[in-house]
Design a protein around this ligand. Sequence first.
Ligand code: FAD
Length: 288
Amino acid sequence: MNPEDSIIFKNYDSSKISWLKSGGLISKLIKFKNLDDLQNNKDLLSEENIIPIGNFSNLLIKDKGFDGLAIKLAGNFAKIKIENDVLIVGSAVLDSYFSKYCYQHSIQGYEFLYTIPGTIGGNIFMNAGCYGKEIKDYLISILYYDIKSKSVKEESIEDLDFSYRKGFQRKNTIILFGKFKKQLGDQTKIKSLMEVYDKNRHDTQPQKVNCCGSIFKNPPNHNAWKLIKSSLDSSFYEGPIRLSKKHSNFFENDPYISADKVISFIETIKSKVEQKHQIKLDQELIIV
Ligand SMILES: Cc1cc2nc3c(=O)[nH]c(=O)nc-3n(C[C@H](O)[C@H](O)[C@H](O)COP(=O)(O)OP(=O)(O)OC[C@H]3O[C@@H](n4cnc5c(N)ncnc54)[C@H](O)[C@@H]3O)c2cc1C
């Protein structure tokens, strides 16, 4: 191991970086700026408890904390490269940055990412999407680090089974880069689509609040927000953790609130919806 090549933080307070501004301590967090960093520290990566983290927009660490190693990619992993008809995008690239980059290069298809607050790594893990589009629609292949064999591997999207909010969730792997389709389009149209999506977000979802996006996946043939709204009384829309009055599948919380209270709020919603509609909601938020 070469400690100069990477940065290690101990007892890192996840509420400082989580979109929910909530969550327990991470016993060790390491930042890798490039592949050499990662290879130089590969012995550290044999630890059992490993979690790669992106922009923490869909992740919550329980109050008791995470006793393991969290991996944050940066540096070269936050870059975009164009090679012929392929975009090679680092896992740490932010969605809005990637979307703006595509607009600047007249590349169409990535307008929907303008409104998602995650990273490309988190998107590939979750198969993130909105406005009828998902990351899998544009993905060609994934370059990932396989912790067991300590090597970088590539897998084509055709060999993977992505579905609604379920992307590349293979154990003991770190998504490093995504290779994406490059299709040129009209810059004015790209910009106006980004603006339409952005306006739609502002009109229909809470903004500038501590939240995790949609709490639950939409069950087949149902809207989660309708099920929630029809199952809960007005008390769920008040208090330190409250449902959004703009969109019932979102909650907002006061900063630095207990993660366990957030989890119990989610569980209560689930059980109320199940009592009323006999439908089990499946949450989107990843709880560790
Ligand atoms: C206001 C708001 C709006 C949102 N709107 C949407 C939406 O419209 N559509 C949608 O799909 N989602 C939405 N989300 C949820 C979230 O932004 C996405 O799920 C996003 O893909 C998560 O990316 P992230 O980088 O924040 O991942 P994190 O929250 O940091 O992590 C999420 C999961 O991905 C894993 N992960 C992250 N990076 C890697 C990596 N490099 N290798 C392996 N695993 C990794 C983590 O271990 C974790 O399990 C929204 C969230 C918020 C707060």
